[in-house]
Design a protein around this ligand. Structure first.
Ligand SMILES: C[S@@+](CC[C@H](N)C(=O)[O-])C[C@H]1O[C@@H](n2cnc3c(N)ncnc32)[C@H](O)[C@@H]1O
Length: 320
């Protein structure tokens, strides 16, 4: 497959790979290969017996990763959603890992390649799937979904005040003809969002919401967090970069729950020293991109990375 030459500028490159504290003989997982910025730096720090398994849903990312896998036997790529982490690691006979990286959301090539239908900046078929080989497109979903569901998605995942109005307009318009392009949707949304935020297209929130829904982004994040944390060897690290508050809230909450002391009923007479220790501890404060990185790559502005480490305490299951 020929891969268009859109580039992705990796966010928090050194910070994220430093946070994994790479051991040369370790086994690592990059859940979001993209164009392999983080993966290549991880590989450069691994010795000949180290191993890196990467995931991506996007066939264009997979094409790049397959070329890397052909050159470097320490690297393997899985074309699947990262919520399949546990099953895929079993399949690859990987029991434990020394670090897991997630650089969430869409890559620049996905946004900049207008034909993918992620952006209202280009007129294109309304697709928005990261994995163009399966699932339903944004246009297919909008053609059949209940008005209440469309409204709920736009309100919840887009935090859009005019969600009900936008959903009603979508349903009215599709009664006349289906909404099949990014431009049609962007114009319709623009007509139904009454306020304007400086520097932001009125369609931004709705596009974000539909993208999150079509790709099940938050569900997959909730599913992968406990799988990743559970697979960590003692001392293993988890580094997660989020790009909006909905993602970061899930990450922050999960890490807080899994790293807090077990809550016992008040009547339980247990000495502090005998309390079960948490299986995960937070490793430092949340990290943001520095001013220079944000100047060179505006996408880094909203990035926030949280890092955690597996302790020797027995595993305790907590859902994200
Ligand atoms: C921000 S980019 C990662 C960029 C990468 N760190 C780099 O340096 O090139 C996110 C990538 O993760 C992929 N992705 C997002 N959610 C995913 C999921 N649930 N499962 C697998 N891949 C996913 C996207 O297709 C995209 O290629």
């Amino acid at each position: 497959m020929s891969t268009p030459t859109f580039v992705h500028r990796t966010v928090l490159l050194a910070e994220a790979v430093d946070a994994l504290a790479i051991k040369p003989e370790g086994v690592y997982v990059d859940c979001t290969f993209g164009r392999g910025g983080h993966s290549r730096l991880i590989l450069s720090r691994l010795g000949p017996n180290g191993r890196l398994v990467a995931f991506d849903k996007d066939p264009q990312a997979i094409a790049v990763a397959e070329r890397l896998a052909a050159e470097d036997s320490r690297f393997s790529i899985v074309h699947n959603g990262f919520e399949t982490l546990s099953g895929e690691l079993d399949r690859l006979s990987v029991a434990q890992v020394d670090g897991v990286l997630m650089d969430l959301g869409v890559s620049s090539p996905q946004i900049d390649d207008g034909s993918r239908g992620f952006s209202f900046r280009f007129d294109a078929p309304l697709d928005m799937r990261m994995d163009t080989t399966r699932g339903i497109t944004a246009a297919e979903w909008l053609a059949t979904a209940e008005e209440a569901d469309i409204s709920e998605v736009i309100k919840t995942y887009g935090e859009e005040r005019f969600a009900r109005k936008i959903a009603a307009a979508i349903v009215a318009q599709r009664g006349e003809h289906p909404i099949t392009t990014t431009r049609e949707l962007a114009v319709l949304v623009g007509q139904n969002v009454r306020t304007r935020e400086p520097g932001q297209d009125p369609a931004t929130r709705t596009f974000q919401a539909i993208r999150i829904f079509v790709n099940r982004e938050l569900d997959e994040l909730k599913s992968v967090l406990p799988q990743a944390a559970r697979r960590l060897a003692v001392g293993g690290r988890l580094a997660i970069i989020s790009f909006h508050s909905l993602e970061d809230r899930i990450v922050k909450q999960y890490l807080r729950d899994v790293s807090s002391e077990e809550k016992l009923p008040q009547w339980a007479m247990v000495r502090a020293a005998d309390m079960a220790k948490p299986p995960i501890v937070l490793a430092g404060k949340a990290i943001r991109a520095g001013a220079e990185e944000v100047r060179e790559n505006p996408r880094a502005r909203s990035a926030i990375m949280r890092v955690a480490e597996r302790t020797a305490a027995p595993w305790r299951e907590i859902d994200a």
